[in-house]
Design a protein around this ligand. Sequence first.
Ligand SMILES: Nc1ncnc2c1ncn2[C@@H]1O[C@H](COP(=O)(O)OP(=O)(O)OP(=O)(O)O)[C@@H](O)[C@H]1O
Length: 341
Amino acid sequence: MIEFKNVSKTFRLGKREVKAVKDVSLSVEKGDIFGIIGFSGAGKSTLLRLVNMLERPTAGSVLIQDIDVSKLSPKDLRTRRRNIGMIFQNFNLFNSRTVAGNVAYPLKLAGGSKKEINKRVQELLNFVGLAEKAKDYPDQLSGGQKQRVGIARALATSPDILICDEATSALDPDTTADILRLLKKVNRDLGITILLITHEMHVIQSICDKVAVMENGEVIESGNVFETFTEPQHETTKRFIRSVQQELPSDQVLEEWRAGGGGKLYRVIFKGDVANDPVLSTVTKKNNVDFNIVYGAVRELQERLFGNLIVSFIGEADAVKNTLSDLHKLVELEEVYSHEG
Ligand SMILES: Nc1ncnc2c1ncn2[C@@H]1O[C@H](COP(=O)(O)OP(=O)(O)OP(=O)(O)O)[C@@H](O)[C@H]1O
């Protein structure tokens, strides 16, 4: 659907060159929710601007539905752009137009009767849950409602692709969750492929199927979200994952655990089907060992479960040894902390 083939973009500022995107190759398939994550300056916005044809690549090509967009005539470019909806961090609404007026704007540009436009606007406002706000102005809306208008406007011309530029970065956590749910609905119910950029790992974790991690203009890691999350290869990816998933218990929890006698702590990682099974209780029961979950979480990633628990085992030394050996065969296990009290 969207293919970056060895794409580079270099900006020239007088004698200085800024290599914003370096030899990026990525494939976004139809129906994907594809997230590009990176710290500020990584090159994410430049990559998006190459997709909506606001920038041309210095080298390589960007194909959208198999068409090299850098080779299109200005007229074809305008037609193609209608096929790509876009939403922004700061919503970019017209404050002088009503909610309905904002959503109607791209439809008026595309041409169409007043009746058709009104019907479509009503349909879109129903879809985003803002039908009763049609006559309000943007400054009468909350941030989340403004982004809903932005989404309705982006969907007006029935695009195949929706591009989201930090669409939830200006919103509070609850509103972010609402907007992410709406984006998922856009993807599932309308079959629209979504390409988003973000610096927030929880956005990737919540809705993306695939992810690419960018740093210094390069894609340093990419793939399925579940695999990337559970087996990150690059230190920067690990940093992003740590931002949503604490590696170790807090100092306070560790202190309480030390006060209770200490010992050794193990990280137990459950992936996919194993996360549904009572592996810990079965294995510890068999070996006559008790266990204590000091810290941890089981979360859902792409509708699969992923558990990361920090556990201590209490029992005879040999029994604990056997427990560890049995667990090794079933899940990922590593010693992460030791304190002899
Ligand atoms: N029009 C431009 N002219 C010159 N340099 C640019 C231009 N646009 C971007 N850059 C530079 O390219 C690099 C990548 O910028 P880009 O905005 O793509 O990164 P980003 O990951 O989107 O960061 P942010 O999240 O802060 O927007 C930066 O060093 C930036 O200064």
